[in-house]
Write a protein that binds this ligand. Structure first.
Ligand SMILES: NC(=O)c1ccc[n+]([C@@H]2O[C@H](COP(=O)([O-])OP(=O)(O)OC[C@H]3O[C@@H](n4cnc5c(N)ncnc54)[C@H](O)[C@@H]3O)[C@@H](O)[C@H]2O)c1
Length: 356
């Protein structure tokens, strides 16, 4: 069996981020079947702590969760009694619409959030001649990207991105990664300074100087903290409430992570926080490379054993590559939903489905 990414042994790779790991990664793509040499498996950190799922009918408390004001942004509540967070979803495709549905079901139950969830829609004119936004607001359904699923009456579609984000202190970014640079530029000085962001976007921005994580793009351009949510999350399955897990990667503010977990968790969507933004985000990005190799195995009719080997070695190489980019990345992250579970679901279930 051969490796997906070559072994990086030179310590100079760590000091020259812009050229070595990234270029090696790109140039390794044709080497999907070259030989593998990986160090023994490293020690596993404790897995995770669970955060309770909001229960049906739960009212939450009048007082929002107090936040640690020492760690930068705090979701905008400044510990105020009775403060309610406002959520906007930036994106309304297949996953964006499902994310809005999940969130909207929770904002109705949790008193620390305003009921309304604003969803920015990249405006399109449908074959009927109607605007997509008007149809979503009339039917409560995204007839183009998630037909047949009610989003919740408290989801309000808004084609004006500046209007959609202006009052929100919790911003959920979920659009194809190639549009993010332009979206971020258009949002400079338009979002609240105390807003918190989370990215559900799988992929990275590739620049001349090297790869740039989408969470970094958001943080740097908008000046706000950004967490991530990744996992084995085929949107259409979650839309019909089939059970899934997901992983929230957060930087240093556990209370912000708990707010995101509360906002997304349902009895059929179990969210686990881990303090490893880069690890979680890289899992969501690199698993697609492993899935390419799995697709080649399918196309060449090489069989299930070979595909399982690709997935196992691929996961190990995802870990090795991630650690080259960010030495802070944790081994245990690869055993969360964002890691092994997303590799499995993407390698086995991708046929005929949208990019995950
Ligand atoms: N679909 C899934 O099952 C799934 C699961 C997990 C993660 N994701 C990730 O979520 C992200 C969004 O995927 P999706 O499935 O919601 O998208 P999608 O492919 O269903 O929809 C594309 C969206 O992009 C919008 N769009 C088109 N042109 C645009 C432009 N110029 N500027 C801005 N927006 C434009 C469209 O209106 C539409 O809302 C991706 O990063 C994807 O990897 C998707």
């Amino acid at each position: 069996m051969r490796s997906l990414f070559p072994l990086y042994s030179s310590s100079s790779l760590f000091s020259n981020f812009s050229s070595s790991p990234y270029n090696s990664f790109i140039s390794s793509l044709p080497l999907l079947f070259s030989s593998s040499h990986f160090s023994p498996f490293l020690s596993m950190a404790p897995a995770f702590e669970q955060v309770p799922v909001p229960q049906e009918g739960e009212t939450g408390t009048e007082t929002a969760t107090p936040h640690n004001t020492n760690t930068g942004n705090n979701g905008g509540n400044d510990g105020q009694v009775g403060y309610k967070s406002r959520v906007t979803v930036v994106g309304s495709g297949n996953w964006g619409s499902v994310a809005a549905k999940l969130i909207a079901s929770n904002t109705l139950k949790l008193n620390s959030f305003h009921d309304e969830v604003r969803m920015w829609v990249f405006e399109e004119t449908l074959l009927s001649g109607e605007k997509l936004t008007d149809v979503i607001n009339r039917t409560n359904e995204n007839v183009k990207y998630l037909p047949g699923i009610k989003l919740g009456k408290n989801v309000i579609a808004d084609p004006d991105i500046h209007n959609a984000v202006k009052d929100a202190n919790m911003l959920v970014f979920v659009i194809p990664h190639q549009f993010m640079d332009g979206i971020c530029k258009s949002l400079i000085d338009k979002v609240r300074g105390d807003a918190e962001a989370i990215s559900l976007i799988k992929g990275m921005e590739v620049k001349m100087e090297g790869p740039c994580m989408i969470s970094t793009l958001i943080s740097e351009q908008l000046g706000i903290n950004c967490s991530v949510l990744m996992g084995a999350n085929i949107a259409n399955e979650i839309a019909v409430e089939k059970f899934s897990e997901a992983t929230v990667g957060y930087r240093d503010n556990r209370e912000i992570a708990e707010q995101w977990v509360q906002l997304f968790s349902t009895p059929y969507f179990m969210v686990t926080p881990v303090q490893d933004v880069e690890g979680v985000e890289l899992c969501g990005t690199l698993k697609n490379v492993v899935a390419l190799a799995a697709g080649f195995v399918d196309g060449l009719d090489m069989g299930n054993n070979t595909k399982a080997a690709i997935m196992r070695i691929g996961l190990r190489e995802m870990r090795a590559f991630s650690k080259l980019l960010f030495s802070s990345v944790r081994d245990s992250t690869f055993f969360e939903s964002c890691g092994v579970a997303d590799v499995i679901t993407t390698c086995w279930c991708i046929h005929g489905k949208r990019g995950l």
